[in-house]
Design a protein around this ligand. Structure first.
Ligand SMILES: NC(=O)c1ccc[n+]([C@@H]2O[C@H](COP(=O)([O-])OP(=O)(O)OC[C@H]3O[C@@H](n4cnc5c(N)ncnc54)[C@H](OP(=O)(O)O)[C@@H]3O)[C@@H](O)[C@H]2O)c1
Length: 244
């Protein structure tokens, strides 16, 4: 089996490490790529083809892991050459996922929960052909959401509704507690009900949000756009807080 990779950054590199099997060969191309990406590809054990068109045509599974912005363009350029399954792993909205179906016959919508290089990332997939990708569970925990393309993206968005809004609340509560000189006690008392690792997880969540507040704000804006007719009082407040 050939797995083709479009995009060779953190996600693809880690997939290459995780999916180790004599029956699977990975392929990609250097076409149009930056020096960094070319170096990463040349230092990896992966077959290099002349073009991404060739990669798409030769792959049984074609994985797009480029960037949210380029996902639709990449699908438009190479989706038509893919005769196998096209797995999109970009962090994109359910709307973009549906737009991709206009260019790709056999789309599976994938959402990686947790960073791909974290201890236990999980891959959620949806779409009619997802069953054919369940063998990936042998290498990375893989769960099928449904037969409907877009459900994995929607599920990830619902998760973000909770986690990103919670992060904003944590930032506010931690700052309040610090101002009162009770930060350690604040985390200690919450750990009693929220679990022993509450402080560690909260601090990581807070730092992560503060370090990429622009991206987090954009993701909250996307949620608000997508669920425009729903009551999103808390999400809107989180956006206001994180945008400051
Ligand atoms: N990292 C994670 O844990 C994680 C988790 C969930 C979802 N995702 C999603 O997965 C995708 C990839 O993430 P990443 O962390 O691997 O990104 P990354 O490290 O920034 O790597 C992106 C790769 O895609 C390539 N690329 C960009 N545009 C391309 C195009 N038009 N054609 C071909 N290659 C292109 C880049 O090449 P150049 O250097 O040449 O531009 C680079 O090799 C993103 O959409 C992200 O939202 C990531």
């Amino acid at each position: 089996m050939i797995i083709g990779l479009i995009g060779f950054g953190k996600v693809s590199q880690n997939l290459l490490k995780l999916i180790e099997s004599e029956d699977i060969e990975f392929a990609t191309s250097l076409e149009g790529r930056s020096d960094d990406t070319r170096r990463r590809i040349e230092n990896s054990k992966i077959r290099i083809l002349d073009s991404f068109k060739d990669v798409a045509a030769e792959s049984d599974i074609l994985i797009s892991a480029t960037s949210p912005k380029s996902s639709l363009e990449v699908a438009g350029l190479y989706g038509k050459y893919c005769k196998g399954i096209y797995l999109d792993l970009n962090n994109i909205s359910p709307e973009t996922t549906l737009q991709i179906t206009e260019h790709v016959d056999n789309l599976v919508d994938g959402a990686i929960i947790g960073k791909i290089d974290s201890k236990n990332p999980i891959l959620y997939i949806s779409g009619k052909s997802s069953d054919e990708l369940l063998f990936l569970d042998e290498f990375i925990p893989t769960k099928k959401v449904s037969d409907d393309v877009g459900d994995a993206a929607r599920l990830k968005m619902l998760r973000s509704t909770y986690t990103k809004t919670l992060s904003a609340l944590l930032i506010e509560s931690q700052s309040l507690a610090r101002g009162q000189g009770l930060e350690d006690e604040f985390f200690e008392i919450l750990s009693l009900t929220e679990g022993d690792d509450f402080k560690e997880k909260s601090v990581s969540r807070i730092n992560n949000t503060l370090n990429s507040s622009k991206r987090k704000s954009e993701e909250l804006e996307e949620i608000i756009d997508y669920f425009e007719n729903e009551d999103l009082t808390m999400v809107r407040a989180a956006l206001k807080k994180i945008s400051r």
